[in-house]
Design a protein. Structure first.
Lengths: 387, 387
């Protein structure tokens, strides 16, 4: 299948491109390299060195014999978006091309506006391009489990059967997220659902949990194929960050008491979920939603798991929670859709964490421990910085 | 009370400013005059002549003895937004300052992006300004009944008590709107609810029905105080448009069979609802929602009502529905919140329609009948026009 991977230079976009290419699909990547610029802005780097796009693509061709086409450009540039869709003529578009950090979106007004504008308008341009150029293209869009917030009922996969005053309806699951980033994904979901209804587009919205891990079978084949691995408090996600803190001999920084729950997923399952969604497309007019996660843990539970597995002493430190979220809450997520398509989850009870210790250990000299502590507080409203 | 009316030059913003001023509040208006530029873009004009802002404000001072301060500027300009809030130091902000036409948002990609960017980013800037300058300011934000779409259950006021698998929660009412404009208001609502939760802001979200009528007790006091009255297919709302079509001897253009239902509200009730919301502010941290409408009619029912009341022959024409909406649907809207605050609704069984015939009759020479027919079809995706 011809698959266009938007945001194909990122933490998950790159391994997804390789996984799909390895599975026989014809792949093109689009990226504006915004993620690399956030590193410059924040003064951090991927813990594991990553190559530039040309080197990555050449290395993959050398190793696999398979070609990936790379386009540099921005979805905010509608002419570019239309041109790429016309030129590559994909059958599916996998859309990772969004600013994906909640703390980044909460830095200040400018970052909140940037995040919502970038994510919402980029996706709008994409929807128009698909509708105009080929409404048969299947849009596979990355959302986040954080869109749901923490309702006191079971979290269904995007839709909820509601009974109220003796009448029933199948409705979009009511969402109440906890940052301007998560909100941007809620806005996207609403826009995409409308485009399916109005224009008969096909879309799969993947509400992804917190991804952990750094290697996939494809990225492991050559150091030049490595994907990024973030440890800082802005872009580092919880389990990865704890692993890095353990290896560095730093305390694991749990926000609040750590009673807040997270849906998790192994990076190898992420790329496989995308493959399954791509190869089993949504119907015309269908807005299909999967919860792309495999198990739930409390943040404290994740910290304890990492501490238990690490072959050395580990301290757990409880910081004031910089986020706006419930300290304790009900969390029961339905996630059977992708399993029904064939996903065989890797669970944390597997050996993955141990393998991460080695990868991190080999690169620990690259870490700036000052970047591990959260500086961005949700409740603090900073002055608008000038662009 | 010191009340800032954003979008105070518009169809409803201006009468609201006068109504609040007349009721003893100290008023400032903000407008970027975007609405007047849409007229130029679309080649239409308000059926009733309106004065420029300076003349309006001077006329009001001459007639009422009351001063209204006018600021020209754009909420997208965050420095301007912060400056106005600092300078005027309002206790409440009434926010009408959004692109408010569904057909306009569906013209093409550029208009969809413009609408969502303008509405969502303008409101984000406002939320940051309130949070930073004075989180005690009460935000009274205009939403629309169209945010809900047409669920098969009763439409509650913004929140829904959900029972699911034996557990319960009070959740945001799930919305599924029918245009990129309506979606922009859904995005706003989610952003505002989060700002209330994260920063303890006070907000009232008014999901307004289709407003009809042109005169309020204040605007009627002098022709220079008139508010705009739109008859074109882009900005003209359904009942107003039918009245104008009847007077012009044109067929009333019902989209589809006219089975789709609309919540309606008299312009005099709109301005009174805003006063009630302003004078009975939401609590700190509260995201309060009212459905600002007083009765429901089918579009066919509205056409028949106008035809019945008009003292002459009227034809009803059924056009292909250019919108994406259910032809027939359940529609039962709860709207008791504003009545509990003291609203005494004007219903269509009153004499209002007849008085509109006279106003329209006096200005019918100004109408361009070609602008009455819808040109924008929701399902048609046009090429992106260059800005």
């Amino acid at each position: 299948m011809r698959v266009l991977v938007l945001g194909g230079d990122g933490y998950l976009g790159w391994p997804t491109a390789l996984h799909l290419s390895d599975n026989g699909h014809e792949i093109a990547i689009v990226d504006n390299f915004a993620r690399r610029r956030y590193d410059e802005e924040l003064g951090v780097e991927s813990l594991i060195p990553i190559e530039d796009m040309d080197t990555r693509v050449e290395a993959w061709q050398e190793i696999s014999g398979k070609r990936i086409t790379a386009y540099q450009g921005d979805l905010l540039d509608d002419e570019f978006a239309f041109q790429v869709l016309r030129e590559f003529a994909p059958e599916a578009v996998v859309h990772f091309a969004e600013q994906r950090s909640a703390p980044y979106s909460m830095i200040d007004r400018r970052h909140a506006v940037y995040t919502q504008h970038n994510n919402v308008v980029g996706t709008l341009n994409l929807l128009y391009a698909i509708a105009k150029i080929d409404p048969d293209i299947h849009l596979v869009k990355l959302g986040t489990m954080g869109e749901y917030g923490t309702p006191n009922i079971d979290i269904e996969e995007g839709w909820l059967d509601v009974e109220h005053n003796g009448r029933t309806d199948r409705m979009l699951f009511p969402k109440r997220p906890g940052s301007f980033y998560h909100l941007s994904k809620v806005h996207d979901s609403h826009n995409i659902e409308f485009a399916c209804r109005a224009w008969g587009l096909r879309a799969t919205d993947l509400n992804q949990g917190v991804v952990y891990g750094q290697e996939t079978p494809q990225t492991a084949r050559d150091p030049r194929l490595a994907t990024r691995f973030d440890y800082d408090a802005v872009f580092g996600t919880v389990l990865n960050r704890f692993v890095i803190q353990a290896v560095l001999g730093q305390p694991l920084t749990v926000y609040g008491r750590g009673g807040q729950q997270r849906g998790l997923i192994d990076i190898r399952d992420t790329v496989e979920c995308i493959r399954l969604a791509v190869e089993n497309r949504a119907d015309r007019g269908e807005f299909r939603v999967f919860n792309q996660m495999t198990e739930s843990f409390s943040v404290q539970g994740i910290a304890e798991l990492v501490a238990e597995r690490f072959p050395g002493p580990v301290q757990i430190e409880h910081l004031d929670n910089p986020r706006v979220e419930a300290a304790e809450h009900y969390y029961n997520v339905k996630h059977t859709g992708l399993v029904e398509l064939g996903l065989k989850p890797h669970l944390l009870s597997d050996t993955l964490i141990e393998s991460m210790f080695d990868i991190v250990g080999a690169n620990k000299h690259r870490a700036d421990t000052e970047k591990l502590h959260p500086q961005i507080r949700w409740t603090e409203v900073t002055e608008p910085a000038r662009v």
